[in-house]
Each structure stands twice: as C-alpha cells, then as structure tokens.
Design a protein around this ligand. Structure first.
Ligand SMILES: Cc1ncc(COP(=O)(O)O)c(C=O)c1O
Length: 463
C-alpha cells in the first residue's frame, strides 16, 4: 500500500483505499477496473459496517453464506477453534491417506446431519470445486464398472460454479456466464427447468403431472442413457432468484435417475446447513426425503468464516470407487477449515439454528407477503423454502414481464442507501431475501421496513 497508514481522519484514507483497489484488485461480477466505491471494515450482529461508519443490515447473508451472521459470540468461538488448530497443526495434506483429528471431526459432524444414505465425505476448497469433484467421482464410478457414461445433465436455471466443468453445467441465463470465456466443455446438456412461475413447458402445477421431471428423462433418452453419468440439481435454484422445485419433483427425479441408471447429484452448496429449513432439516433434499448419490456442499459449512467445500458420497458410490486413485488439491481437507466446520456444525446443533431458521423463515414469508406482496402492485410472488426467499418484481403483471435490470439495480442501490444489502438474481427481476439464519424477528422487521420504504420512495419504476 505504498507506505500509507490509517489516518485519524477516515475520509481521505478511504478514498485512497478505494483508488488503490481500483488500480490493483480485480473484482468478480463487476467490470474489471471498477469497484463499489466503499470499503467494508468490520461486521457485528447481522450487519456489516463500512470504513466511514455506515451500518448495512445483511439481507442476503452476502452470498447466502454467512449463516451465523457476525454475532460476537460466534466470531469468537470459531476464531478460537481456528487459532487452536493453527497453533497445533496449521496444515496437513489429505494425500496418501494422511489424516488428522480436525478432518475426522468435520466428517463425523457431516455424517450426523447429512442424509443417512451419505456415508463418506471428501473435502474441497469450495462449492465449485465440490461440483467438479462430484462430476469426477461419478464418471470414475462408471468407468470402474466399464461403462462409457460421462455426460452431465443440468437444468436450465441452474447455477453450479464458475470453473470449466461446473460452469458448463451452469445453464442460468441460457449459458451467459460461460460466454465471456468461450464455449462450454463438451458432455454437458441442459434439460427444461422446474420453474412453476414461468413454466418453460407452458403448463401449470399440479395438472402438469411434473412434465418437467419427465423432460429430464427424455433428455437422458435423447442423449442415450449409456453415455449419461449424472443429473445435477438444486432443490431450490439459488442464483436464479430462489425458485423452489414443486412438491413431488425430487421424488420424480429420483425415479428418473434410477430407471436410467444415472447418478443424482444434489447441489446443496447454497441450500444446505439450514438455509432451506422448514422443519429443522439441515439440507433441502431432506424435505422430500430423497437420497442423493452424491451431494455437494460449501458456504454454510463454515458459515463462510473460512473457505471449505465437501462432497457427500453414498455407500454404493463409495464402494464402486473402491481402489480408484483420484488426484486431489493442495487445500483439500485443510485442517484449519475442517476445524472451523466442526465448530460451526456444533454451534448449529447446540443452538438449535436449523429450527430457528424454519420458524424465522415462516415469519419472514408472512411479513414479506403482508408488507410487500399485499401492498406493492409490482411485487407478484414471494417464494422459496426456509430462509432462501425470492421476491418477483413485475413491470407488467398481465404478461409477467419482469422489471428491467436497471430498475432492479435502482431498488438494490436504494436499499443500500437506506442501510440494507439485498442481492439480485443473476438474471431477471427477482430480489433474494436471505438474511443470516440467526436473525431475530426484530432484525427481520427492520430489514423489511427498509425494503418497503425503498419500493415506496426510491425512483425505480420508470427505468
Ligand atoms: C448451488 C451452487 N452450486 C455451486 C456454487 C459455487 O460455489 P462457490 O462459489 O463456492 O464456488 C454456488 C455458489 O453460489 C451455488 O449456489
């Protein structure tokens, strides 16, 4: 930082940090060479604070990842677990069968809360990496069996990560996210989505008889089941704007995968660890009771305090992989991240966070229905499981034409100005209301009041 230090007068210093950032830091989801113009300094409760002292309530847990929020008690507990691990064993590779207590503790903690069908866990540095590893495990399983099954089917609204494999499985925005860096990898196919609000098949639930699940089967048939390794699915689309799968969908998809002899990979990177709790469930697939063959996780696994991802593997897949030797990443099963995961999962269970999320999710949905849906003509839908809720904002309720991206950005900026951060869906016209799972009703009320005020007073409708 060219020898500069924090001044007692914050403003010139903040301006310098913003300028140095512009010169030296590349940001994602922002044109290179630009930034948001403020500096995030610290966090507490369910808010983060900028260097110039502004409090911002975190209405989306940033990237739906800071599940425990920023409460002092949780920051301290996880910091102590992390510090103790660094003092004892700061790093130890997972290669060649080396193990350590932190990794085993994290795997045991996962086994205690994951669907019981999943008996083994591999750890990765994050969500996208977990998706990549799940694809590799599925393909390796079929290769071990002598089958040439390698294709991956994903849904049209899906988001699974930014790497070549996970990015190629990401079909959100008709593949717009992979376009900046070239064509997707081969072997990735899209199937019609389960979006009941804008059904791609033009049908209505439940009269449709879940044709969307049948279309996944159709896609497998067209591709040839002998070439398809796995279907990957989010139980609720996160980045697409919190679009939940309809009742019966996961059961139908499980049936499709069983009939076609392909793996069902459930991507719980965003939905896991209580985010979609409706009755105290840790994972979204536990709502239907559908057991995945492979399950990807990240985000809430450490409440995002340190990076970690994981893949849960069923007994059958694990047995089919017996003897396979797969390459790993340096940071796979990093003991410091595993120590954080074991502590965070202990906190979730000790403090009843998943049940709290179910109760708060119901409260949130009722409040959004009352304060927004019932009174703001453009708000047409509040949807989602637990504390992963999407708010649809329409320009034309007759045609369901969504508001422009500029209008949505004006709402987001208006909320930020008033002290609330709320994320926008990657495409389309949905706000994503997903505060930390530990939020109190009073904190939810404050967030929704800001949102309602933004809708009422911000100039956004004409954009
Ligand atoms: C469902 C899903 N899968 C995968 C990912 C990628 O995770 P990461 O950003 O940790 O690579 C995300 C990220 O938002 C996600 O929502």
């Amino acid at each position: 930082m060219n020898g500069a230090s924090r001044s007692s007068e914050p403003f010139p210093y903040v301006e310098k940090v913003v300028e140095w950032d512009r010169q030296h830091v590349g940001h994602f989801v922002m044109p290179f060479g630009s930034n948001a113009g403020f500096v995030v300094d610290h966090a507490d409760g369910v808010s983060w604070y900028t260097t110039d002292g502004k409090e911002v309530l975190d209405g989306s847990s940033q990237l739906m990842c800071v599940s425990l929020g920023y409460r002092e008690q949780y920051r301290r507990e996880v910091a102590e677990a992390v510090a103790a691990q660094i003092r004892k064993l700061p790093y130890s590779t997972n290669f060649w069968g080396f193990t350590n207590e932190a990794t085993v503790a994290a795997a045991q903690a996962l086994a205690d809360i994951a669907p019981s069908a999943l008996t083994m866990f591999v750890f990765t540095p994050g969500g996208g990496e977990s998706v990549e590893v799940a694809f590799e495990l599925s393909r390796a399983y079929w290769k071990n069996k002598g089958a040439a099954k390698y294709k991956i089917i994903s849904l049209q609204n899906s988001y699974h990560g930014i790497y070549i494999g996970s990015g190629s499985a990401t079909k959100l925005g008709n593949g717009a996210l992979t376009r900046p860096y070239g064509p997707p990898a081969s072997g990735f196919r899209a199937a019609p989505d389960y979006d009941c609000y804008r059904c791609p098949l033009g049908m209505s639930y439940p009269e449709c008889g879940l044709q969307c699940a049948k279309m996944v089967e159709n896609t497998i048939l067209v591709e040839d089941p002998e070439t398809v390794a796995a279907v990957i699915v989010e139980v609720e689309h996160g980045s697409a704007g919190c679009i939940p799968s309809p009742p019966g969908y996961m059961e139908a998809l499980r049936g499709v995968c069983d009939r076609s002899h392909v793996h069902l990979i459930v991507d719980e990177v965003m939905t896991g660890f209580g985010r979609t709790s409706v009755n105290g469930n840790a994972f979204a697939c536990q709502i239907s009771g559908v057991a995945p063959d492979l399950m990807t996780m990240a985000k809430g696994i450490t409440s995002a305090y340190v990076p970690l991802g994981a893949v849960g593997i069923s007994k059958e897949v694990a047995e089919g992989l017996d003897g396979s030797v797969l390459a790993g990443a340096t940071y796979a099963a990093h003991p410091v991240s595993c120590a954080a995961a074991a502590k965070v999962i202990e906190i979730y269970r000790r403090d009843g966070i998943f049940q709290h999320a179910a109760d708060t999710g119901r409260y949130m949905a009722d409040a959004l229905n009352e304060e927004l849906l019932a009174v703001i003509p453009e708000v047409d839908q509040v949807s989602g499981f637990g504390m992963l809720l999407g708010i649809e904002v329409l320009k034309n309720p007759e045609t369901k034409e969504g508001h422009s991206h500029e209008a949505m950005e004006a709402l987001q900026e208006g909320a930020l100005k008033r002290g609330l951060y709320i994320r926008l869906a990657a495409f389309g016209s949905r706000l994503m209301f997903c505060p930390p799972l530990v939020s109190t009703r009073e904190e939810i009320d404050r967030m929704i009041a800001i949102l309602a005020d933004t809708f009422d007073h911000e100039s956004w409708r004409h954009l």
